[in-house]
Design a protein around this ligand. Sequence first.
Ligand SMILES: [Zn+2]
Length: 219
Amino acid sequence: MSPPGRPKGEYRSAQHEGAPMSTAPPHSDWSAGGWLAGARRCDSPHRGPRPAGAQAELALIHSISLPPGRYAGDAIERLFTNRLDFDAHPYYEALRGREVSAHFLLRRDGALVQFVGCDERAWHAGPSQWQGRANCNDFSVGIELEGLEGLLFEASQYRALAALLKVLATAYPIRGVAGHEHVAAGRKHDPGAGFDWPWLAAELGWPAAYFPESVGIGY
Ligand SMILES: [Zn+2]
């Protein structure tokens, strides 16, 4: 099925731009610590170990753009790596001192950036609850889509997201996908109404129970 959004080129990773195609066998998708081959690595200091026994079971979808609605530049990467100049834009004042990260960022063109290895805990969910369990950072992988909550995302982002979720499930016991709005209801609203959950569910072919009830996956 074609992804929603405007068709705009195929999945690609930043690392592949101008680089020779990898000849590595498919089983080397992941390197030690949970770093994905094909993602551009951009290490964040905003990370820590998962609690004993915790693994990545939930893929948690967010949206972000900095400043909001501007889809360019390196401000998101700077925020997640503690290098943002908080004086560079009035909006950034509200972010001053915030130590946040996600495992992955999908840019508008589908390029994938990774900030934290999936074996570790990134700092994206805040106070949150999923299926009766609190503190989603402990057992989730955080995936930021560059965008503005409530608005649409690009076809290239959907393609790259589906590919990312499939490869995540080869290495981790993923048994759910949710939006930040579903695990922090009333406090967070991303990715919002513009995100096409039925397309993602159909593309992955995962059980309806893997998705939030409220998004209405009913096959
Ligand atoms: Zn979020």
